[in-house]
Every structure is written in structure tokens, then in C-alpha cells.
Design a protein. Structure first.
Length: 365
């Protein structure tokens, strides 16, 4: 048995219930969760703007300790402290073999079930799905061994949890981009967990100017801690005009860390000639953006997507862990509140209200 936060129906609160949990099968592990981040991607599922089969245990950003391994597991052993990846790449599909394990085809095809097409959680005999094969809002999880990346004891579990999604997604979108250059100018639309990490990724990459855009003054003030040099409240000023005025015509790189038509359009329009817009935030399913195609061609603008840091999550995990231990990036300050599992809905209410930083579900509270 395990206690988990379950979404039974869209637009309803999560329910914390006891579920039956199967033992790990071949290639799978059981992990005792220590910490899990409260992320906007979970909100998309809760609101029905991202579709997963129901009922489902949400949670895709977290860290824990391996307590049991199934047959054939070689990647980890009981007692290992691990960051959990929300992409359990198979290593064999075309995307994995071509160097894009974060886009694993097999992982996407099997979705919220394990690789054998079955569930490991059950509620009164009915299957319960796990978001991204992990479903981290549960005291223990059973997941593929590929989801686990071992970390040293010196990394706090709350920090490790955030590396599992927001830090890797944000920092990775910058440092793994071939367009990132020392001295570049950058605009970041959205100052949530991912946006803050795009900002510090740009700082680490040597950006000369980093302009944060958001609708909340308190969130914009928070961005200075991570490397923003200027801020624009898009409720009070046209962000594109403000960015052009600050930079003399536009930025080298713009990042949409929010995920909406308006912010994607803003990122593209804020570019100088030959600039690159990187779309990082996940928009609601079916949402599209209107882009000026003449502008893209005549001004040689590039628009690219970045999923999970645009590289192997495990490799980026290692880079970020090393940077954290050296003091190059600040992850501790991202954590602004801790909640026990029973208060998970309070955490999502705070996120939806636009509170600073990241809330953490601490399974030891």
C-alpha cells in the first residue's frame, strides 16, 4: 500500500488516498519519495488543458531513495538517493539512438502506463495511472530504472527534486542551445520556476543583459536574485516595446517560459534581426500562436522548441548537480514553501495565485 494524491476528475481537488501498489517487475524499482515539486504542468492536467487518462497520480518533479529493485536492475541499488526523471528513455528507439533521449518514442507511446502496458497502482481493483510513468505524489512509487539518476549525499532532497524538472528545463534550455553566446542579450517571458532557471541559465552562459517579463511585481523583484538585470511588468507596459527600448532594437535570444500564444508571440517579436526564440513552457493542448512569417524570413529569426533542457536529462542532471555544489547556480532560494502530502492542494492554490519560487511536497513532514 502507498498513500498518494490522485486526480479522479478534471477541475476537482486531488484526493489523498491509500492505493494498492504492485512490486517492481523486471527493470523496475520501488522508490521511497522524499520530495516532489509543485509544478504548472500538473495544473494543466488538473484543469483538463493537458490530457492524461484518469484516475492518475500526478507529480513529475522529485527525488527519493531506492528501497527495492526488480529482476535485471543494474542502474541502481537499494539505498541509492536519486533524482527522478519524467522521461524514462528506452535507449532503443530512433529518438534515443539519434541523441535525443528526452524525446523517447517508446516512453511517449506507453504514456502513463509502464513499458509492459500495465499499471502498478490500483484503487479497489481499478487501475490508477502514473503521470510520466512515475506519479511522484505518492509515498512510494514503482517506476523504470531509467527514471533514476544517483546523486551524492551532499545534495539536499528538495534541491534534487527541482533538478528533476524546472532547473533542468530552464537552465538546460539555455546552456544546451547553440544560439547561446557570451555577451548576448536575453528576454525571459514568465518568472515561475522554469523562468527563474532560464534566467540563471542565461547568467551562467554569460549574458550581458537579462530582461524578465511577468505580470506580478513581487515575482519580478524575485528575478534579480537569479540574475535579471531589468524587469518589465507586461500589465503596465507593452513588453516588446519595452525590450526594444532597453536594448536598442531587440534581444539576441528570447525565451517563452510560460507557454501561451501571447508570450510566444511576444518572444518572437522581441528579437533583433537573426535572433532566436526558444519556446520552453507548455501551452494548453490545441493552443496556437500567430506569427508574422514575413518578419521571420526578412529578419532571419529562428523559432525552436526546447523540451526538458534539449538534451539527455541524465547528462544535464550531472552538469547541474556539479554547478550547484560549486555554487554556480542557486537552487536553495527557489524553494519558498514546504507542504506535507495532505496539504498538496494548498500548494497548487499558491502556485496558481502566483506566489514566488517553488513549493515542495516534503514526505518527511
Amino acid at each position: 500500500m502507498t498513500k498518494a494524491a490522485v486526480l479522479y476528475e478534471a477541475n476537482t481537488p486531488l484526493q489523498v488516498n491509500e492505493l494498492t501498489q504492485d512490486p517492481p517487475k523486471a527493470g523496475e524499482v520501488r522508490v521511497r519519495m522524499e520530495a516532489a515539486g509543485v509544478c504548472a504542468s500538473d495544473i494543466h492536467v488538473m484543469h483538463g488543458t493537458a490530457i492524461l487518462p484518469l484516475p492518475v497520480v500526478l507529480g513529475h518533479e522529485g527525488a527519493g531513495t531506492v528501497v527495492e529493485v526488480g529482476p535485471g536492475v543494474t542502474r541502481v541499488k537499494p539505498g541509492d538517493r536519486c533524482i527522478m526523471s519524467f522521461v524514462s528513455n528506452c535507449g532503443h528507439c530512433r529518438s534515443c539512438r539519434s541523441g535525443d533521449p528526452q524525446l523517447c518514442d517508446t516512453n511517449a507511446q506507453t504514456g502513463a502506463l509502464q513499458y509492459d502496458g500495465t499499471a502498478r497502482l490500483h484503487d479497489n481493483g481499478n487501475d490508477v495511472y502514473q503521470m510520466a510513468k512515475v506519479g511522484l505524489f505518492s509515498e512510494t512509487i514503482v517506476a523504470p530504472q531509467q527514471a533514476c539518476q544517483v546523486i551524492p549525499d551532499s545534495v539536499p532532497m528538495g534541491v534534487a527534486a527541482l533538478i528533476g524538472c524546472s532547473v533542468t528545463t530552464g537552465v538546460g534550455a539555455v546552456i544546451n542551445s547553440p544560439a547561446a553566446k557570451v555577451g548576448m542579450t536575453v528576454a525571459v517571458f514568465g518568472s515561475g520556476g522554469v523562468g527563474l532557471n532560464v534566467i540563471q541559465g542565461a547568467r551562467v552562459a554569460g549574458a550581458s543583459r537579462i530582461i524578465a517579463v511577468d505580470i506580478f511585481d513581487h515575482k519580478l523583484e524575485f528575478t534579480y536574485k537569479f540574475g535579471a538585470t531589468d524587469v518589465v511588468n507586461s500589465r503596465e507596459a507593452d513588453p516588446v516595446e519595452a525590450i526594444r527600448e532597453l536594448t536598442g532594437g531587440g534581444v539576441d535570444m528570447a525565451f517563452d517560459a510560460f507557454g501561451a500564444a501571447e508570450t510566444t508571440q511576444g518572444a518572437v517579436n522581441a528579437l533583433r534581426k537573426s535572433g532566436t526564440a526558444v519556446i520552453v513552457g507548455l501551452a494548453p493542448v490545441g493552443e496556437t500562436a500567430d506569427l508574422d512569417l514575413i518578419d521571420l524570413v526578412r529578419n532571419q529569426k529562428t523559432v525552436v522548441g526546447s523540451y526538458y533542457g534539449s538534451a539527455s536529462p541524465h547528462e544535464t542532471f550531472d552538469v547541474i548537480v556539479d554547478a550547484y555544489l560549486k555554487g554556480t547556480i542557486d537552487i536553495d532560494s527557489l524553494i519558498t514553501r514546504n507542504y506535507p502530502l495532505d496539504q498538496i492542494n494548498e500548494g497548487f492554490d499558491a502556485l496558481h495565485a502566483g506566489e514566488d519560487g517553488r513549493g515542495i511536497i516534503d514526505f518527511n513532514l
